[in-house]
Write a protein that binds this ligand. Structure first.
Ligand code: KG4
Ligand code: ZN
Length: 383
């Protein structure tokens, strides 16, 4: 069967078309995949401006549809696909509605069912994407532990069975991606800040390694942030900022990122009361922030793997693109647990993952779908 999938939960408008085969071990061939990122529109606001995002979705959906139908060579068919999968939550409700209303109009015109999809389940199944537009759903050993890390979520999810979810830990305040974005703003880096901080931290981490292995003296490199006294380590002439690792040793699997973000704010106020930071100091802060943020994720995930005897670990969501997180999780992996990450293109929001999750639900629910009138945008939808 052919499925058209739509994603509009935040600032990406995306449409894909799949050809799906099989139910026991389904395989998906991507016939079309088109998206429009609104990053440039939101940069002046330092974050997603919902009204603008909604307007952009409304403008872009018909354009992406036309392009996708052409790409899939289905533009002349009166019923080009057999079903439509659409994200109905979580996300910005006014944005979700744009996708849902668009899906309802198409479903009526083509006489096909609508499969409502939970965006976070989309992230979970994004780990099955292969390069060259193919998805294969393998047999995955249970229990599965999923670490879902995005701009709106930080969750540890246990699946005793495939596609059954129990949230065993989550952030009590900000999501980790949100903390990356907010700290980036404090460092005057453009939105979305996660990739920017990550890039800065990567360079600084590599430079620090060189110092440790003695190939470059810190003085020669001129890489020392001046004016810091909090955690000076005079022995090797390096300065480091110690940021907290909130809730690291709490007995649950929850996270907290609001305190870490505030600690960065106070640190900046302390070392640069005029708010002016040089590049080297920014890099040092980016590195220590990334280390702190990722350490909390890795430590809690390790504890949860042990407690639940997880056989598979999936890490997904926008922050799964973070290289330090990937490296640290790979070190956790070992032989006892299978580690699955999405490809870099599938880490962020996309409509491919919505189509996959849609189809898997469609067959799980024996092809039963709700009446279109019952499908409503649900901003705070849970897994
Ligand atoms: O899943 P996603 O694309 O959208 C939501 O559903 O929220 O996640 C976006 C988040 C943003 O906060 C962005 O800054 C973060 O993922 N992000 C990263 C990296 N790439 C994207 N955070 C840290 N390191 C990255 N490399
Ligand atoms: Zn997302």
């Amino acid at each position: 069967m052919k499925i058209l999938s739509i994603e509009t939960s935040c600032d990406d408008t995306a449409i894909s078309i799949f050809e799906v085969r099989g139910t026991a071990k389904p395989s998906f061939k991507v016939l079309a995949n088109n998206s429009n990122s609104q990053i440039n529109i939101h940069i002046p606001y330092g974050g997603v401006y919902p009204v603008l995002a909604k307007r952009e979705h409304a403008k872009n959906l018909p354009i992406l549809l036309e392009a996708s139908l052409k790409q899939a060579k289905l533009e002349k068919k009166s019923k080009p696909v057999d079903a439509i999968a659409v994200t109905y939550g979580p996300g910005l409700e006014m944005c979700l509605w744009e996708g849902i209303i668009f899906a309802k109009d198409l479903a009526k015109k083509w006489g096909v069912p609508i499969i409502p999809v939970n965006h976070m389940e989309g992230h979970v199944v994004s780990v099955f994407g292969k390069h060259k537009g193919k998805f294969l759903i393998p047999k995955v050993k249970t229990p599965i532990l999923s670490l879902l890390v995005s701009g709106g979520h930080t969750q540890l999810v246990l699946s005793k069975k495939f596609m059954q979810y129990e949230i065993v830990g989550e952030t009590l305040d900000d999501a980790v991606g949100e903390a990356f974005d907010k700290v980036a703003r404090m460092l005057d880096l453009p939105y979305p800040g996660g990739p920017q901080i990550s890039k800065m931290a990567e360079i600084e981490r590599a430079a620090k390694k060189q110092i440790i292995f003695g190939s470059l003296s810190p003085r020669a490199r001129g890489a020392l942030p001046l004016g810091s006294s909090a955690c000076e380590t005079p022995k090797n002439d390096c300065f480091s900022f110690a940021l907290p690792r909130p809730m690291l040793h709490s007995k649950d699997f929850n996270f907290s990122y609001a305190g870490l973000k505030t600690a960065v704010l106070y640190l900046i106020r302390k070392i640069a009361p005029d708010g002016k930071l040089d590049y080297k100091t920014k890099s040092a802060i980016a590195l220590e922030f990334e280390n702190a943020a990722i350490e909390c994720l890795v430590y809690k995930t390790k504890k949860a793997i042990e407690k639940y005897g997880a056989k598979t670990l999936m890490v997904a969501g926008g922050v799964a693109a973070n290289r330090h997180l990937r490296n640290e999780m790979s070190a956790l992996g070992g032989k006892k647990i299978k580690l699955l990450f999405p490809t870099l293109e599938l880490s962020g929001d996309n409509s491919l993952m919505i189509g996959i999750a849609g189809y898997l639900n469609y067959i799980k629910n024996k092809r039963k779908v709700p009446k279109p009138a019952l499908i409503k945008a649900t901003g705070n939808l849970r897994l």
